[in-house]
Design a protein. Structure first.
Length: 102
């Protein structure tokens, strides 16, 4: 929508790292697997990857199937359950609500 970067993915030693979307998220895995994931992200439809891993690709709206950067989402306040972080929900620019961080 704004041409902003939604997320950056990098294969590093023994992990796949996503930055730019709610800070940083690291998935431990063998380096070769992380490199395969980066290639899939470069060449695949992100909607397909969202279906595979809705948390890691939460910057893709599940309803309109569009990638939005964090600035384009209307991010809600963090939700807590018994004093512990539960999730953060938000609305895409078209008004679809979904969990953005869990």
């Amino acid at each position: 929508m704004c041409a902003g970067l939604a997320a950056r993915f990098e294969a590093t030693e023994k992990q796949l790292e996503r930055t730019g979307w709610f800070g940083s998220c690291i998935r431990p895995m063998p380096t070769a697997d992380a490199e395969k994931w980066v290639e899939r992200i470069r060449t695949s439809n992100l909607v397909d990857l969202l279906r595979e891993d809705p948390d890691f690709f939460a910057f893709v709206c599940r309803k309109c199937e569009v990638v939005y950067c964090e600035k384009c989402w209307k991010v809600g306040v963090p939700e807590f359950d018994d004093g512990f972080y539960d999730c953060t929900r938000g609305d895409c620019p078209k008004g679809h609500t979904q969990t953005l961080d869990d």
